[in-house]
Design a protein around this ligand. Structure first.
Ligand code: G3H
Ligand code: 13P
Ligand code: ZN
Length: 307
């Protein structure tokens, strides 16, 4: 099946009241884990590549890899640029078959974010590609920002209305208290659901939740048992993800949970089978660990059977 856009996937998800998982990849094994898990669950899926993933693997390699693996499947797949900030990389993605790009101007002042998003919308729409933009900032424990200052960085519902209408973006990533990485909360995990409700009431385009990994205790414990050092790691509880979807989030971004699963499982494998030195066996174990996580996420997001 040929690739589809995020907008198509998220519009269907809006109607069906579920969310589509966007999983980050940068190599063969991660891509196989994501696509196999999605295909076995008849689920739509978004393959996300960050700019650093593109730098790591090469734009042609990633494009060919995803298109070849997805081409054999009968589930809808989108190839998405995650957190695009570099104009040349965004244009490169449009030329190399990406079907969706994110322009991330969230660190810039509002007017600048609007201007750069509008520019990308113009070129991407001319190529038939959908555009995700971001308004509001994601801050984690490591950013060391006070609760009050963090609150001021979250997405403002009225600003979101203006942002969407002035940029023409197809989907919008919102900041409601999640953050990237494995250290999202100190103490209780809190998301601003009232803010999310207000945004959803006012904004019509499909919404995206970044920083949605749950950082599961069992996986952190397994990694730690075999030598990982992850003190204070904490993610978004699964019930918060369910609630966000019930309120209207239709794309959920997950990267950290796959990284944690890969490293925990390969650490365990190497510790338990010290005689093995075939990379395929080590990476194969890691791939299986990530595939199980993707399957769990697809069930959590409610996208099983929605292909
Ligand atoms: O949101 C960021 C993603 O987790 C990708 O991270 O730039 O390390 O590939 P990365
Ligand atoms: P996590 O770090 O929580 O997996 O978030 C990933 C993400 O938002 C990618 O854009
Ligand atoms: Zn993100």
């Amino acid at each position: 099946m040929s690739l589809t856009t995020n907008l198509e996937l998220q519009k269907k998800a809006q109607q069906g009241k579920y969310a589509v998982g966007a999983f980050n990849t940068s190599n063969l094994e991660i891509t196989q884990a994501i696509l196999e898990a999605a295909a076995e669950n008849s689920s739509p899926v978004i393959i996300a590549t960050s700019q650093s993933a593109i730098e790591y693997a090469g734009i042609e390699t990633l494009s060919n890899l995803v298109r070849t693996l997805a081409g054999h499947l009968s589930i809808p797949v989108s190839l998405h640029l995650d957190h695009g900030t570099d104009y040349d990389i965004i244009i490169g993605c449009l030329r190399h078959g990406w079907t969706s790009v994110m322009i991330d101007g969230s660190h810039a002042p509002l007017e600048e974010n609007i201007a750069m998003t509008r520019e990308i919308v113009k070129v991407a729409h001319a190529a038939g590609i959908s555009v995700e933009a971001e308004l509001g900032r994601l801050v984690g424990v490591e950013d060391q920002i006070s609760v009050k200052a963090e609150d001021a960085l979250l997405t403002d519902p009225d600003e979101a209305v203006r942002f969407v209408s002035e940029t023409g973006c197809d989907t919008l990533a919102v900041a409601i208290g999640t953050s990237h990485g494995a250290y999202k909360f100190k103490g209780e995990a809190k998301l601003d659901f009232d803010r999310l409700k207000a945004i959803i009431r006012k904004v019509e385009v499909p919404l995206v939740l970044h920083g949605a990994s749950s950082v599961k205790r069992e996986i952190v414990e397994k990694g730690t048992q075999y030598g990982a050092r992850l003190p204070g790691a904490a993610g978004v509880p699964e019930e918060h993800i369910r609630k966000a979807i019930s309120l209207g989030i239709t794309k959920v971004n997950i990267d950290t949970d796959l990284r944690l699963a890969f490293t925990a499982v390969t650490r365990e494998f190497l510790a338990q089978q010290p005689e093995v030195f075939d990379p395929r066996k080590v990476l194969g174990a890691g791939r299986q660990g990530m595939k199980e996580v993707v399957k769990e996420k697809i069930a959590l997001l409610g996208s099983v059977g929605k292909a």
